[in-house]
Every structure is written in C-alpha cells, then in structure tokens.
Design a protein. Sequence first.
Length: 317
Amino acid sequence: MSLLTKVTLPNGALFNASQTFLGADSLFTTGTVLFVNSVTGSNDNAGTDPGSPKATVQGAISAATATKGDKIVVMPGHAETVTATSINLSKAGVTVVCLGSGLARPIFTYSTAAATITVSAANCAFIGGDHFANFLDVASAFTIGAAKDFQLVGNTFRNSSASLNFLSVVTTGSTANAADGLLVDGNFYHNLNTSPLAFISVLGTIARLTVTNNDVVSASTADVGHFITFSSLNSTGTRIVGNSLVVVGVTTAAVGIFLTGSGTAHTGIVRDNFVSSLDTTTELVFTAGTGLVYFRNEYTGVADKSGYILPAIDSAA
C-alpha cells in the first residue's frame, strides 16, 4: 500500500497512487471524488480533477460507483436547472456536497411543476445546496422513492415569488418502509405562497425518521399541516427535535399546524420545537392521539410574545 502524501489543494485534498481523499468533515472519503461546475465543466470530462469537472450533477452520478462512498463535490458558482428527470440519485452510497457560501453556493432552479430531485437508492445524501422554485406549484423539491437512509442536510429552499413556489420540500413515496431512516437536518425553507402543502409530506409507513434543526418561515394562510404530515400512516422510532415554524396560518385551525396525521400507532419523540401562527383560539399545534410523546414544545399566536408549552404540561395524578 502506498503512503498518503499531503498536497496543498483546495478542500483538503489528499492523494495516493490510486485514491483521492477529501479531509474536511463530510468531504472525507475513501471513494472516488467527482467535481461538478457548470461554468468550467463538461460531461465529457472524467470529473476527478477540479480543473476538469463534470458539467452537471447527473453527469457525476453517472460516473460514480455505487456503495464505494463516492462523493460529488459541486463547486461554488455552479448553476443547474432541475427538471422531472434531470437528477436521480440512483447509485447507493453517493453523497452530493455543495461548496461555497451565500450567493456563491450552487443553485438549483426548478422551472416546471414536475421538477424534482429524485432519490432512488439507499444511503445517499445531499448537502448544502440552494434550491430555487421558479414555477407555479412545484410539487416537491425532493422525491424519495426506494431510498432508505437518505440525508438532506444544510440546504436552503426558497421561492421566486408568491406564485413561483414549492408545494413541499420533501415527499416520500407510498411504498411502506421504502424511505426508512430518512434524515432532514439543518435546512431552511422560506415560503412566499399562501397555499402550499407541508414542508415534509410522508406518504408511506416509515421507521427511524429524524427531523432536526430545520427552520420554516411561511406566508401560508391555509388550514393544513405546515411542517410535517403523515396522512393516515404511522412512523416508528421517530425523532422530531429542535425545529421552528413561523407561519401566518388561520385564526381557528382545524388541522395540526405543525404536525398532522390520523395514524394512531406512531412511536417516538417530538421535543423542543417552536411554532408561531395567527391561531389564538383552537391552537391545534399537533394532531392528538398519534402515539407520539411530546416534551417542551412551545407555541404562540401573539406577536412579540414568547411561546408557552403545548401540548399542556402533565400534572401529577
């Protein structure tokens, strides 16, 4: 085995005779590293050198090898239009990492209602992108198929205007347990539309769902579950922790503002979430009877007031 030799390159790259390593947080890998840049790239390039990158994320996915820990590094300044079929994370174990900060981050523009990034293989991740809705009612930024343990981390989702918008950010398929292990962490969603659906829509029975540290600011005035919906299905081993939802909402909600679903066999914890809306009457933040357990969740329907705990604190028998 050849020894690793450290070289001075962007992103902490290390090389040996046959392998590339990236040694900074989520970029560390023993798999192949593929670079993407729409400005300087071509899908005819091998993509393994940042000086000769691929032009599209799909071009890099096509060149990746499943289950080897391959990383796709999307470079600052990259811009890509998302269609219904343009990006499919179809190779297991591939991670897409977007570099840059602010307006230099890679931007993905959704320009049809059916535009979506599809995830159809297990153990994939998408980290750090800027996702921009530029069409009326884009159904979902990400569609999760048979893709267990997908991770969506540190992305931003925003609308071009009130009528050029996402309906949802994450939607799972209806096949039971196909999206088990889904992690949605540290994302920000700024919605300008008055009638979107939930930030996360779970359409199939799911286990090990983790939703943490996401912030949603929404202009929605609809009476819907604004943060996460489960329909009639159940989630087990669920963790929904440390999220915030600021939504206009309605004055008398009939649907759980933050979480809703009619399933009664959920298991897991919902804690330390913060919610604000216009409702000061029913204040129905979570659908009752799901089986989930709640700790230290706060709600307010009044401007300039801190929230109070809902559901109500239990008292001694």
